[in-house]
Structure formats: C-alpha cells, structure tokens
Design a protein. Structure first.
Lengths: 138, 318
C-alpha cells in the first residue's frame, strides 16, 4: 500500500506555484518548464490552480514579514504527503536581502523543505533535477 | 421492466458500467492529453498517466474545509458518477439487447438520459456551493449559467430525431432509444438528412460544453478562478470528479452516435467514435476560452435558432 502511494506520487506530482514576494524571475523560469522544450508533463507534472490539488509547492522569493503568514497558511491547506521545493537563492538563504529589516529568514526556518535549488534564477534543468531528487528521497 | 433488469443482463450491465466505462474513459483522457501535447509540439504524458493520477488522489489526504456540511460536500461527487453509470447502463442496454430493438428498455428512456446528464452539472454546483469558497461560488454560478445556456439547444436538437420518427414511422417508438436505432437501421441515419446534420452539429457543441472542454471550460478556468468549482476538493472526492469526467468523455460521443449516426451495433461505430472524439479534441486545442456571456450568447442566439430551424425542417420531412 505504501509502495503504491509513493509510486502514485512519483508518477503524477502536481505542483502549485507559490510566488511569495519574488522578483518574478524564478516564476518565469518555472513557466519555462511547461514549454515544449522542457515539457514536464511527460513526467506527469501539471501546474494546478489550487493548493488543495497540489503534491509539491514550488516556493520562490525571499520570505518577509508580510508573506510569512500567507505561506504558512497555504502550506497548512495543502493535503499532506506534500513536498516543498525552494526555488532560487532567495528562497534557499535570502540571497542579497539577508540583512534587510523585512526579511525573516529562509523557508526552512518555518516549514520543512525537501529540495533547495539555488540560482538567480536557476536553470529549468536544475529545477527538474531538484524535483527528481526530492521525489527519489520519498 | 421485469425483462429490463434481470438475470445475467444485470450482471453484465453492472460489470460494463463499473469497470469498462471508467477504464476506457481514463484511457481516452490520456489520448486527449497526448494529442494536445503533440499539437503543441510536446512529448506528452505516458499511457498510464490518468491511472497514476487517480491512484495518487485516492491515496491522498482528503481535506474537508472548516464549517462546511460534510455530508453534502462528500456526497456531491457520487451524484455525478451515479448519473453517468445510469447513462452507461441505459445506452449499452438499448444498443446491445438481442430482443426486438423497438421494445428494449422502457418508454421514455431518452428523457431519463436527459436528466441523468443533468446530474453532473448538478453535482458540480452542489459540491462547489457546499465548499464555502468564494472562488467556487463564482464557478458554481458560471456552471449554472452555462447549463441553462446549453440545455435549450441540446433538447431542441434531441427533438429532431424524435419528431422524424413520430412523423414518418410510429409514435410508440419515438421516445425510445431502441426505436430511434431501429428507425435508422431501416431508413438510414438521421445525420444523412438536412435537419439531422444541423442537430448533430448542435449536439457536438453542447458535448464540448458538457465535457467542460476549452472554449467552454468557463466554470473551471484554471488561470482566472483557480479551477473554480473544484477549488476546495482534494484526494478521493477529486478523483471521483475526474472519473465522472472520464466517463463523460466516453459516453457523450457514444450518445451522439447512438441517437444520430446509426447506433453502436456495427463495427463502423468505432471509427465514428474516433472521428467525433478527434473533432472534440481539435476543437479544444484550437480555441481560446470564451467569457460566460459570450458562451450564453452563442448557445441562445446562434444555436437555439438553428435548433428551431432544424425542428421545422424535421416537421416538413427534410
């Protein structure tokens, strides 16, 4: 039963794109994943509109005082075998905003993060690799 | 009624409904995704993709939002599956029964089918309204408007074969699907007459809307209202909704072929199904989403007059 569940998760990871105060560069690169060149749908990954349908949250952007409660709420509303993948250096370690009065730290201080994908922005290949690594850890 | 649901027919019908229709429907959902991917120069998902999706959703946590009516929220998906199963049972029974075709199933089964098809939008509306989400409420209101839009031309187009049978053959078999098939075997399909072509075209457009495929996927618009009616559903209920949609993908084209294009009894029915299905998928891939008032205008002010014209032609005998 557990194997079946993991197989299902690996073969159809639906992702929800959670853009929390990023500069939109990572977001554009995420959309690149769906284009014919990278086409992640061949692995079963679909971009869904609601966190209720999601199996993986792609979080981008430096976390700040305003976005923290929203991010936590979306994380709590996602049904639970749920991966969190931090995309971009901002999401991994706050990048150049580390000393800002408004930045409250990287995501792994608040929610469990399963994969870190550094880069400003990371390449789509790096994102696919990150998702594959996060899925193979299951 | 005693012949209708008895003995081995009941067992065969039950197996066909419970296994054949969802499985074939899910495979067709994959075909749809694969063809869409090829149209967009992508590689597309593997053949077991729909089954992996359903399996994953069934084994996932189901979140029931705070403060909703649990019973209604979890019962709504079953309503749609129940409706589609009844449609499958009546449709296959009318087509493949071996006794006299005109007396298969019961008088007025085509009206029952009409109501069973209406159960699916009803399930979506009830589920979305129960979920206490403003976005789902917008989706529910759009679903309702769309349903009011396409049901009028759908009924008008369905009246065309009924009127033709009643005028040219006998009134008793006009309201049975078996009677419609028997008429077509005797005198040729409805699709080969002027009124039949118009009515068939109208049914094709309403099928697109009933399936929630692209020009008419207004209630579930992913980009603007976050998959609308389904926004609060997760896990098993979402899987049931997806199975309902998959069953519709199989059953609605079969319904069109049964009523307008000579029934499912010969080998050609498979090719006819492929043709109708490809038409639907291509229509899905080459059109942008309409807004709700554009869709309503299209159904009420273009298709409904066309349906009335087809009905008048059917009365004349064309």
């Amino acid at each position: 039963m557990k194997d079946l569940r993991i197989w299902g998760l690996k073969k159809s990871p639906w992702v929800y794109h959670l853009a929390a105060a990023s500069c939109n560069n990572c977001d554009i690169e995420i959309l690149e994943l769906l284009t014919p060149r990278y086409d992640v749908e061949r692995f079963g990954a679909v971009l869904v509109g609601s966190p209720r349908h999601a199996d993986a949250l792609l979080v981008t952007g430096v976390i700040n005082r305003k976005s923290l409660p929203r991010v936590l709420e979306v994380y709590q509303q996602t049904p639970k075998p749920c991966l969190v993948i931090a995309i971009g250096t901002c999401a991994c370690n706050c990048h150049i905003f580390r000393n800002s009065y408004n930045a409250v730290g990287p995501y792994d201080k608040y929610i469990p993060v399963h994969a870190y994908i550094p880069g400003c922005p990371p390449k789509p290949e790096a994102m696919i690799l990150g998702v594959v690594k996060a899925l193979s850890k299951l | 009624m005693s012949v209708w649901l008895s003995g081995w027919r009941l067992v065969v019908g039950f197996i066909a409904t419970a296994l054949f229709v969802p499985v074939v429907g899910l495979v067709l959902t994959w075909v749809d995704r694969f063809v869409s991917a090829r149209v967009q120069w992508r590689k597309g998902p593997p053949f077991y993709q729909s089954f992996a999706d359903i399996l994953k959703l069934l084994l996932k946590e189901t979140v029931v939002p705070e403060g909703v009516s649990r019973t209604v929220f979890l019962f709504a998906p079953l309503l749609g599956v129940a409706g589609m199963s009844l449609v499958a049972l009546i449709l296959f029974y009318s087509n493949f029964n071996v006794v006299v075709l005109q007396q298969t199933s019961f008088l007025g089964d085509i009206i029952v089918l009409l109501y069973c098809f209406a159960l699916v939008p009803l399930a979506f509306i009830v589920g979305a309204s129960a979920s206490r989400n403003p976005v789902a409420a917008v989706g529910a209101s759009r679903e309702m408007t769309l349903y009011l839009g396409y049901e009028l031309p759908f009924v008008l187009a369905l009246l065309v074969p009924i009127v033709k049978v009643a005028k040219q053959w006998n009134v008793a078999s006009a309201l049975r699907i078996g009677g419609l098939i028997a008429y077509q075997q005797e005198f040729g399909s409805f699709l080969y007459s002027v009124s039949g072509v118009i009515a068939g075209l109208i049914i094709l457009f309403t099928i697109q809307a009933k399936l929630g495929f692209v020009p008419f996927d207004i209630p579930e618009a992913e980009q603007e209202i976050m998959s609308g009616v389904l926004v609060e559903y997760s896990g098993a209920p979402l899987a049931v909704f997806r199975i309902t949609r998959a069953m519709m993908v199989l059953l609605l084209p079969l319904f069109l072929i049964t009523v307008f294009w000579g029934g499912l009894r010969d080998f050609w029915a498979v090719l006819k199904f492929v043709l109708v299905f490809v038409l639907i998928v291509l229509m899905k891939n080459t059109n942008p989403r309409l807004t709700i008032h554009q869709a309503l205008k299209f159904f009420w002010f273009i298709l409904t007059p066309l349906g009335i014209i087809a009905l008048i032609l059917a009365f004349i005998g064309l």
